[in-house]
Design a protein around this ligand. Structure first.
Ligand code: NAD
Length: 275
């Protein structure tokens, strides 16, 4: 059955792929993004291929912006059935320069060098807000449409670092742990009204956000990039397409008794102790 699906962060690498895949199932897709142009570009691609989609400007951190987006979605398509909370990411201000703190780091003269002690609370706040509040607010706005309807669900995007924090990125790790925790909380909270809530925990995907951290200019892997591959039993980065089948499953009646799960899609990263 055709559903009305709202995807936030839909102009981005992973969620544009998910939006296209969901459109191919006959669903109507509202692509929300801060970057309207990016969202509209994906919507145009979907419409050109016989699907139905609109690009809508929305800031997942502003209730008014989300209310306006909801009005647009409701008048174009009707009430929302499924919400994919895809907007998220890290920020350099919430990231340390080195994985391990050493005493001599305190006297470093390297420009821009950042220890734990230099982390800017504003950067930490930005990352927590984008990932956690940016999941909570769209849910408050769009889940209201789902109350009293059948077959509704919410899909959040967590991450590997929600299980065990990655070095250098305490804010992003903590924020994604909060997203996983919230997924379980919300699944329980909405269980009596039939709204299922689940999450994907993607492993490592080469995207614009992390390309400079993981690859050098000549395309070879950085030390961190190589470490990730070494820790991934399947020995490769994920491709956005690797997320499609689990997304379709969690958004479909096929998973009608599944709620509160966070599914790792990580080539075995989370199962491997490294030994
Ligand atoms: P991306 O940067 O390609 O896409 C993110 C999109 O979100 C962008 O289009 C951006 O414009 C939009 N956005 C940013 N702030 C916004 C806001 N305030 N309101 C609305 N839209 C906003 O990132 P991606 O790699 O495709 O990541 C998608 C999701 O997957 C994120 O939640 C990310 O944390 C998560 N994730 C990514 C990876 C990875 O390896 N790339 C791994 C695990 C989890």
């Amino acid at each position: 059955m055709s559903k009305i699906i709202v995807v936030t962060g839909a102009g981005g690498v992973l969620c544009s792929t998910l939006a296209v895949a969901l459109s191919k199932q006959g669903h109507k897709i509202a692509l929300l993004d801060l970057n309207l142009e990016a969202a509209q570009e994906v919507a145009a691609k979907i419409n050109k291929n016989g699907g139905t989609a609109i690009g809508v400007k929305a800031n997942v951190l502003e209730k008014e912006s989300l209310e306006a987006a909801k009005k647009e979605v409701n008048s174009a398509f009707g009430l929302c059935d499924i919400l994919v909370n895809g907007a998220g990411g890290n920020h350099p201000l919430g990231t340390t320069s080195n994985p391990f703190f050493q005493q001599e780091d305190l006297s470093s003269t390297v420009e821009g060098f950042k220890t734990f002690f230099d982390l800017d609370p504003k950067g930490i706040e930005f990352v927590f807000n984008l990932n956690f509040i940016g999941t909570l607010l769209p849910t408050q706005i769009f889940a209201k449409d789902m109350v009293g309807k059948k077959g509704c669900s919410i899909l959040n995007i967590s991450s590997m670092n929600a299980y065990t924090p990655l070095t250098k990125i305490p804010a992003y790790s903590g924020a994604k742990a909060a997203v996983s925790n919230f997924t379980q909380w919300l699944a329980v909270h909405f269980s009596k009204v039939g709204i299922r809530v689940n999450a994907l925990a993607p492993g490592f995907f080469l995207t614009e956000q992390n390309r400079t951290l993981l690859t050098n200019e000549d395309g070879s892997l950085t030390q961190r990039g190589q470490q990730i591959i070494d820790q991934t039993p399947m020995g490769r980065y994920g491709e956005p397409e690797d997320l499609i089948s689990t997304t379709l499953y969690l958004c479909d009646e096929a998973s009608s008794f599944v709620t509160g799960v966070v599914i790792p899609i990580d080539g075995g990263f989370s199962a491997y102790s490294g030994v």
